[in-house]
Design a binder for this molecule. Structure first.
Ligand SMILES: [Zn+2]
Length: 91
């Protein structure tokens, strides 16, 4: 648990607080935004997996299509999980 500054009244408050006890400014919204950014980062990584996998599958590397297909599948699953996670965080 850490102390953060209320963006409204600059009072030190817990980062676990739903709202500032001083001015009732909502705090949790900031946390949810940060969570969304983390999921977006995961989505970006998964998108890279899909792109690299697609290129790998298209290349003539030995075992390329199979390995590329696995990369695309992992990327797709991760992407869906990240989408669900972001949605859950905003829920
Ligand atoms: Zn405040």
């Amino acid at each position: 648990m850490a102390l953060i500054q209320c963006p409204e009244c600059n009072k030190d408050i817990s980062d676990q607080a739903v709202a500032c006890p001083q001015c009732a400014h909502p705090i949790k919204a900031v946390t949810i935004e940060a969570t969304g950014k983390r999921w977006k980062g995961i989505q970006l990584i998964c998108a890279l997996f899909i792109i690299i996998g697609a290129f790998w599958a298209a290349s003539n590397t030995q075992g390329g299509p199979a390995f590329g297909g696995i990369l695309v599948a992992v990327g797709l699953i991760g992407f869906i999980v990240a989408r669900l996670g972001a949605w859950w965080g905003h829920g």
